[in-house]
Write a protein that binds this ligand. Sequence first.
Ligand code: HEM
Ligand code: NAG
Ligand code: NAG
Ligand code: NAG
Ligand code: NAG
Ligand code: NAG
Ligand code: NAG
Ligand code: NAG
Length: 333
Amino acid sequence: MEAFRVIRNSSFLVILLISLCSLSTVRSQLTADFYAKSCPNLKRVVFREVFKALQNEIRMGASLLRLHFHDCFVNGCDASILLDGSNGEKFALPNLNSARGFEVVDAIKAAVENECNGTVSCADILALAARDSVVLCGGPSWNVLLGRRDGLVSNQSGANSGLPAPIDPLNTIIAKFNAVGLNVTDVVTLSGGHTIGRARCVTFSNRLFNFSGTGAPDPSLDSNLASQLQTLCPQNGDGNVTTALDQNSTDVFDNHYFKNLKINDGILSSDQILYSGDAAGVNPTTRSLVDAFAAANGSIFLLSFVNSMIRMGNISPLTGSAGEIRKNCRVVN
Ligand code: HEM
Ligand SMILES: *[C@@H]1O[C@H](CO)[C@@H](O)[C@H](O)[C@H]1NC(C)=O
Ligand SMILES: *[C@@H]1O[C@H](CO)[C@@H](O)[C@H](O)[C@H]1NC(C)=O
Ligand SMILES: *[C@@H]1O[C@H](CO)[C@@H](O)[C@H](O)[C@H]1NC(C)=O
Ligand SMILES: *[C@@H]1O[C@H](CO)[C@@H](O)[C@H](O)[C@H]1NC(C)=O
Ligand SMILES: *[C@@H]1O[C@H](CO)[C@@H](O)[C@H](O)[C@H]1NC(C)=O
Ligand SMILES: *[C@@H]1O[C@H](CO)[C@@H](O)[C@H](O)[C@H]1NC(C)=O
Ligand SMILES: *[C@@H]1O[C@H](CO)[C@@H](O)[C@H](O)[C@H]1NC(C)=O
């Protein structure tokens, strides 16, 4: 009797341990074939729509990649950034007059609903559209893990506090990545997303005329590039004017972003500090990662980018019966 109880107790313990283990793997419940039966043409449909959008405007690739990033860093990859409403994430500082591509996401969602309605989450559409954008800009491809569900809230304060700002010190940026389970390798790798896309004058004008009250431009900004940008972004000018984040190969997904940092051609302060450091000094880890990613044909960067995108796509997904499959990406059902 006593022995039986011990056995029962220990098997209870084993079951407890097994369930604890599966709890800790909640983050990797996503699978590449999640919609294989329920929406077999999903990947073709999304790719076709992203292709059309980039044919119309190549920059849209960058905008769609950034939407997935800004989604995942706030309440996990749950399409919370897509919800309309002036108290939501769209009106948070990092997104206001900045995040774009919402109409394209609507078009992709409409095409997907036409193919298999009520089945595919908006969060998964963002993950697929980001991958297809990278591919269409000449970057690497990967198997996107799927099965995310859509969140019920848009978290404006979470976006304001959780998304990195271009004037953040490097340690703050690293801390914001750590807060969502990403490390320094992910910081440098994913910053390489700035190999495509544009930035507005307001996001880097602090570097151009009176950097940190010195009366001069940021010393870690190349002086020729500084005078070009001063002309483009005069003091009291239109802060919405844009320039390429990668001045060398603007719409091509390659490793020129990192080559640029080595010649002080980073656009944002948050870009250049990965290599040149900030007031706190140079971070040897981020600097040597930039060196590695800038090397030769960029194969190290492209491989690392795939790994980090999968890690970013795994940030706290809603799975099982949590959340919902939105009918319209802009509103909860
Ligand atoms: C490391 C911290 C980061 C900071 C501080 C940052 C900041 C910014 C800023 C200020 C802009 C310009 C926005 C505007 O002018 O309205 C921008 C654009 C962009 N960011 Fe980041 N970013 C970071 C990381 C990332 C990551 C992880 C990705 C994706 C993997 C990414 C992808 C992009 C893209 C593609 C654009 C261009 C968007 C477009 O042209 O529409 N960024 N980022
Ligand atoms: C899918 O479409 C069918 C036919 O239009 C409709 O009857 C059904 O309610 C829709 N299902 C969902 C989940 O939207
Ligand atoms: C919003 O984000 C913050 C920071 O991550 C978090 O503490 C808070 O619980 C979130 N709020 C909602 C309603 O999800
Ligand atoms: C970050 O995490 C990845 C994946 O676990 C690992 O390969 C890499 O070495 C880590 N980077 C640092 C700087 O710890
Ligand atoms: C630069 O900024 C500092 C303080 O922010 C100010 O005292 C100084 O007058 C400014 N210099 C110029 C040339 O505008
Ligand atoms: C940028 O454009 C938006 C919308 O058109 C406008 O509301 C905003 O004031 C502009 N911002 C700057 C810095 O000029
Ligand atoms: C781009 O980089 C290459 C070397 O990788 C260099 O030869 C070329 O001059 C650069 N072009 C621009 C516009 O910076
Ligand atoms: C890039 O270089 C690496 C190592 O030198 C090599 O193995 C790889 O095949 C090259 N990739 C391309 C696309 O040229």
